[in-house]
Design a protein around this ligand. Sequence first.
Ligand SMILES: Nc1ncnc2c1ncn2[C@@H]1O[C@H](COP(=O)(O)OP(=O)(O)O)[C@@H](O)[C@H]1O
Ligand SMILES: [Mg+2]
Length: 295
Amino acid sequence: MKPPASSRLFHTLRALQHENPLGLPRTGTIPRMQRGLPERRKIKDVAKVVAVSSAKGGVGKSTVAANLSLAFARQGHRAGILDTDIFGPSIPTLFNLSGEPRLSLNNQLLPMSNYGVKTMSMGYLVGEDAPVVWRGLMVMKALQQLLHEVEWGGLDVLVLDLPPGTGDTQLSITQQIVLDGSVIVTTPHTLAVKDAVKGINMFKKVNVPILGLVQNMTLFNCPHCHHDTAVFGSNDKVQRVCREHGIQVLGDIPLHPSIGDDGEQGKPTVVSEPDSSRSQAFMSIAAQIGKQIGL
Ligand SMILES: Nc1ncnc2c1ncn2[C@@H]1O[C@H](COP(=O)(O)OP(=O)(O)O)[C@@H](O)[C@H]1O
Ligand SMILES: [Mg+2]
């Protein structure tokens, strides 16, 4: 008798887990060569690399990544941002940049700059609105180009804006690139926090240090009655997850219409409202990250 589909699926997943197709380490420290993984490479001419990640989309990852790169620049570092979200690039909009990047004499992509930050995005190469209907192999090829064929020309810190999820792109990046740390972004929503845990576990599995968690859209301060409201729920869940996983909360970013508007108009909060408390929140998070990675 044929087993029901659900049970077949269960056994297939079990078998895949057993085979460990992604070559993830199951325990502790098996030497890298023995696992057959490629050596992690440094991104050329870049001193420190920080990945901003969340397993969920729409939690403000790109907004946080963009503001952090701008905060690093304001703190005097040579900063860049690499948009690795091949299917949904946001950096061209957030930095108000478009057009095709030029090639260097060495045939490398030259980043485009605004507000003192160098940027590279798939959005420049295929157009932000173009639907990218690609198979895995093409995505991986595009990713390789973004990771290894950009002439950054000397950066103190590069922020990677990761796509949502814990799939091929995230694993390729974490396994191929020397990352100095990762920052997890979540909102207080129960579902977002659950997904944040997946992100935490992925970074733990691939031995990338987790620098901390940024809670975005935490409180909304009503402009009329000036009361703070936890629109998306209390931050107890985030605190608990951080305690359980030994991770620190790097800071809270409020839910504020101008954070969304600033980004969508191509001038993120750190440059459009540099003296606001919102901008200070990003600056403080960047300073803590900088301290941890030795910027
Ligand atoms: N703190 C915030 N307050 C208000 N709007 C925000 C905030 N953070 C992000 N947004 C908005 O939420 C939407 C999703 O943010 P985005 O950075 O694109 O998320 P992700 O990269 O995780 O998909 C965007 O329209 C953005 O402008
Ligand atoms: Mg994004």
